[in-house]
Ligand binder design. Structure first.
Ligand code: IMP
Length: 202
């Protein structure tokens, strides 16, 4: 049997890597990571939106590694904050800030906002780039509400403050398998899987 080609998942975020290992299970690629290849370069997220940043990361890492590469940019959009933090989600509240401190910062900003105005969504854009410079993207969205406090120990980032009305649970209260059925990343990954399956056949 022919050995499957390698697919680089271009992220150092352990939460994302855990999710992608499950979301891409069974795909006709052997998954590898930046740390697995010894790539330490950081690609600056200097684009003005998630799609531009995902494309920047995927194309840069595909060039560096010589492998088909998938990278995502994702973020939280809070309606009461005009869509913030959006592409700045990771650095919201500053560099070297823990997830808990970032969540507390966001909760403090929304202190006087009533429940019905706390609507928000997670958005993920995945870019898949080949070393010859071709790139395709896939997007996924997950709607919810920013709760008044933190709850749950699963997931990462803003998951403890992201309430899912249909499940009456925070994202951080879901198991990995449950999050991977409904999340923004799961929806984008379903589309990415189809793109990757076409690439694997070429
Ligand atoms: P980046 O995509 O690595 O730039 O980071 C996006 C940031 O958005 C993460 O560091 C988290 O703070 C947040 N984020 C993205 N996806 C999720 C998620 O699934 N759960 C919670 N927070 C997320």
């Amino acid at each position: 049997m022919i050995k499957p080609a390698k697919l680089l998942v271009g992220s150092n975020n352990r939460g994302k890597l855990r999710e992608y290992a499950e979301l891409l299970r069974g795909i006709h690629f052997e998954l590898t990571t930046l740390s697995g290849l010894g790539i330490t370069e950081e690609v600056e997220e200097s684009g003005s939106n998630l799609k531009q940043n995902a494309i920047r990361k995927a194309t840069a890492y595909a060039k560096l590694s010589g492998l088909t590469t998938m990278a995502d940019d994702s973020g939280l959009e809070v309606d009461a904050l005009g869509g913030e933090p959006g592409p700045l989600s990771r650095r919201y509240a500053g560099d070297n800030v823990s997830d808990k401190e970032r969540n507390d910062y966001l909760l403090a900003k929304l202190r006087n906002i009533p429940w019905e105005k706390r609507t928000a969504r997670f958005r993920a854009v995945i870019a898949i780039a080949t070393p010859d410079g071709k790139v395709k993207t896939a997007e996924g969205v997950c709607e919810g509400i920013i709760a008044f406090d933190s709850k749950g120990a699963g997931g990462f980032g803003y998951d403890p403050i992201f309430y899912l009305p249909e499940l009456d649970k925070r994202m951080a209260e879901l198991s990995l398998a449950e999050k991977n059925k409904i999340s923004h990343r799961a929806k984008a990954a379903q589309k990415a899987r189809r793109i990757l399956e076409r690439l694997a056949k070429q």
